[in-house]
Structures are given as structure tokens and as C-alpha cells.
Design a protein around this ligand. Sequence first.
Ligand code: HEM
Length: 561
Amino acid sequence: MEIPTTGSVSLLFILLAVAVFGLVVGKFYIARKSIWERQKKGLPAKPVAPGHSFLFGHLLFFKKALDKLPPNAHYQNALGDIAREYFQHEGCYYIDMWPVSGVLFIVVSPHVANQIHANPNMSMQRPPLLPRFFQPIAGGPNMFDMREHEWRPWRAKFNKAFSAEHVLSLVPDMIDETLVYSETLQKHSKEDELFYLDLTTLRFTIDVIGKTILNAHLGAQRGYNALADCMLSQIRWHQANAETNPFEYFNLVRRAVHWWNGRQMDQYIDNELSKRLSESQADHEGKRQKAIIDLILQGYIAESQSSNPKSGFPVDKLDPSFRAFATSQIRLFVFAGHDSLSSTICYILHLLYTSPRALSRIRHEHDQVFGTDPSALASLLKAKPHLVNNLPYTTAVVKEALRLFPPGGCSRAGQPNVPLTSDSGKECPSANVAAVFTIHSEMQRSPVYWIRPDEFLPDRWLVKPEHELYPVKGAYRPFEIGPRNCVAQALAMTELKVVLACLVRRFDFSPAYEEFDSRNPSKLNRADGRTYRGERAYQIEEGAAHPADHYPCRVRIRKLV
Ligand code: HEM
């Protein structure tokens, strides 16, 4: 074998450097050109954010919008503010964030969002940016960020885990975990202490999802559990606002923590997979076969037997690449299954605190449906879980909370031949767009589409179509609409109603932000203080959107007469 000379190594290095430089310049040019083209004189103007610069695109302009937000506020608030200030009548705009992400097309109009989800060439295409968000959480390609052709068969399998009938069968497990959650709340009440509702609730929701996904009791509410604690830590260490802050990407401590947590989670799930593989094959009656882990294993067994009929039954071991695939799916479900729910529970309790009328109406509904003795509720709901479907006012409260504080948003990849038409009729090509981003938090509070947009009015979900409060079609989409919407919407709605049924008549919650702020004066570092549009519990990014400072709170046990 010929040993390469120093000269040939240097030449190779130079060629590589030139290629990388060429690639960067090419990407720079494509991003800037796509904005220049949309601004070209003589052509119909496109909605492009103001303040574009040759060198920085819109990064400096966007930083100014971010600087107006309170500490750690979710960057989607800044995107929403720009939409509101400059593009109210378009409902969408382009913003050039290259090299941090790319050219983004921001959507805050239901009419534009409806076009995305009605178009089969766009509705199922996740943007290539998404794996950057999900890598530390799932550790590899997963249901959320998979390409359409890989995603489709798995979506069909996972739908079974979230059928209405199966979701109701999970109610008894939800109740058991809610009883433990109530015990923790009672303890906080008795000790009369300030606590962080979001942190307590995250441990509760992760316990609930452990049963749904893994068929396992994690016990995170009572103590350490490797999967739960590593997932919670992974999210606390997740890079917030990655679309806007490139420097944090190089944080080595974050990378080390993510690597360590990832390893622990993988080992835990690996053991669970082996355990469930033998258990599920012994479960001849097929009693517990709709947990995500079981559906994944069934998919594997069916596939290995059809590709190799001689492999026999039972299948005694999993192929390593399948194990890796399965682990990523489970990690994704554990994340998606607890994080948004915790934040939503906090916001519902917060909104009920702000509206004594709504609080008394929801309590009244629970008295009517479940009887006036809250201590009898657990056994009643376990025996008759379908009663959670008889709660129209509670459902309206949940929907209104998800309107005001949606935990997520939606993103799709731009497509060469898919233009989107703005509210004022401008045709906006999505070619060369890194992500088409629908900002739920802005759309669902926009005065263009909602009457009294910032008010907590559960009644808007109970009025007839001719009423002025009746929602505009497509303007409410916390779970998104279309083929790639939230697969677990029915589970989420049921769990939220079960939690409210168990809590609202037993406890009074009140936010403790004033107390928290007086204990932490140094955090007050922005001129406009610690509120966003007047809300102290504004949304921050930590996985999903969560209430600022994890919702410092006090709770009291109610005296029942
Ligand atoms: C309040 C609770 C929840 C909210 C607001 C929510 C919201 C969302 C949203 C906005 C999406 C993206 C849809 C799109 O891009 O079109 C999504 C997708 C998804 N959600 Fe949820 N979610 C919630 C709870 C859950 C739970 C409990 C689970 C699992 C048990 C879950 C699992 C998923 C998965 C797997 C996807 C990807 C679906 C796909 O690509 O086919 N979510 N969710």
C-alpha cells in the first residue's frame, strides 16, 4: 500500500476546505437570494419581515424583537409580535434566519394553515430542521420527525393505542396516579409552602405515560426512576430557542449531560423491551397489547415472520437495529406524552384561579355528574370511566386553556411547487424555505380571528354557530389538524378531564409569583419587567412551552360543607 505524502495530504485538506467554503457560500446565497427575489421591484410584493441585511439576514432584526420579551420567554412570542406589528392582514411572512436555521415562512392565519394541511405534498412533510430538536430527546429518527414513507405504516399501528375505547380502559390507571398526585398536593397544603406546580405535575404526567407507553409503573412521583429522571433532566438541559441562539449549540456540558442521560434511558428501555417481548408472547389472552411498546413489538414480530417464515415462534431476540429504532420511538412517546400535559394542567388551574365564575361552574358540573362527595369519585370513575365524556363545561375549560396557552406549534418543509396564499391574496412560494412554521400561540389569540381574544371564555366552545364568540374554522389547532396531527389527542383530553375531576373540588390553587419575585429580585433584568402582554405566567421553551419559572404556587385543601 502506498503511504500518502505530506503534499497529497495538504492538497486533500485544501480541497476539503474549498468544498466546505463553497457549500457555505452556496447556502448563504440561496437564503439571501430567496429573500431578494421576494422583495424585487416590479414583481408583486411578498410579505417579508423588515430590516433585512446582506450579512445577517433578519438575525439582528429578530434579536431586537427578542430583547423586548421578558427573561427566557419563548422565541415564538417574538415571531408572533412581528406578525402582529407588520403582517396582521397577511397572516404570514418570510424571515431569513440563515445560518442559524434558514429562511422561515411564519404562519398565523387559519386560512393559510388550512392550505398547508389540505395539500398532500406538504401536509405530511416534516422539515429537515426538526431532528435537531428531537435528537437529544429521542436519540434517533422517530414518529415525530420521520419522513412520510417511514412514518405512514407506524402511524397506522400507533393509532390503535389511542382509540376512544382503549383510552377509556386507561382511566383506572390514570386515577391511581392522580391519587398519588393529590397526596403530594395535600402535603404542600399542610406544610403551607411555596412549590412549583409544573415540576410536581411533570412527575405525575410522566408516571401516567409510563403505564400507557411501557405498561410499567415508573413510580416517579415517589422517588427516583432512571427513565423518568433522565428524561426530565434531558428536557431541562434542552437547548431553548435553538432557532435563534447558535452559540449555545457548542455548550459541552450540555452535550455530556445529554449523552449520559441518553445512555441511561436506552439501557432502561432495552431491559423493558426484553421483558415485554417474553411477557407479550406468553400473554395468550392478549389482555395488555395496546401499549406503545407492545404495538412496536407486534410490528417487529409480524415483520420478521413474514420476511422469514422459518424463524419460528416465539421470536426470542430483537435485531439490534430494530432495538435502536424501538428505543427512539419509546423515548419520543415518553417525552410527548407527559411534557405538554403538565404545562396544560398548570395553565388550566391558573386560568380557573383568575375566573371564580368558571371555577364555580366546573365544580357544579362535577357535583352534578359525579355526585357531591369527592371522596367517592375514584371508585365511581374506575367503574364508569365513560362519565368523563359527560362533561361539556370541563371540556370547554380545557379547550379554552389550550387556545390561550398552546404548548406547541407546527412545522412543515417548504416544497418547490407549493405556494401558499396570504389573507390579502398574495401568492407566497414555499420553495427554498427551511420550515413553514405555524405559530399557534399567536393565531389562537389574534384579534383578526377571535372576539375578546385574550379573555378566558369557556363559553365560546358552547355557543351556537350564529353567536359572535363562535370560533373561526381552523383558528383553533393546539393538536393541529390533518394527517400528521397529534396522534394522542383523545388520550390527552381524557387525562386532562380526569385530573380536573379529581382536583378542582378538593383544592384551591393560587399563583405565588409575587412572593417568588420578591425572593428572586436579581432576575428582574429587563426594562419591561417579567410579564408578556400582561401575563406573568408567560410561556418559556423547555421542550414544550411551559409557564415561566415553573409556576410558583400555593395550594389549600378546600373545606367541604
Ligand atoms: C395537551 C397535550 C398535547 C398537545 C397540545 C399536543 C400537541 C401536538 C402537536 C401540535 C403535534 C404536531 C402536529 C403536527 O405537526 O401536525 C403533536 C404531535 C404528536 N403528539 Fe401530541 N400533544 C399532546 C399530547 C400528546 C400525548 C399525550 C402524546 C403521547 C402519548 C402525544 C404524542 C404525539 C406524537 C407521537 C406526535 C407526532 C404525530 C405524527 O407525526 O404522526 N402528544 N402533538
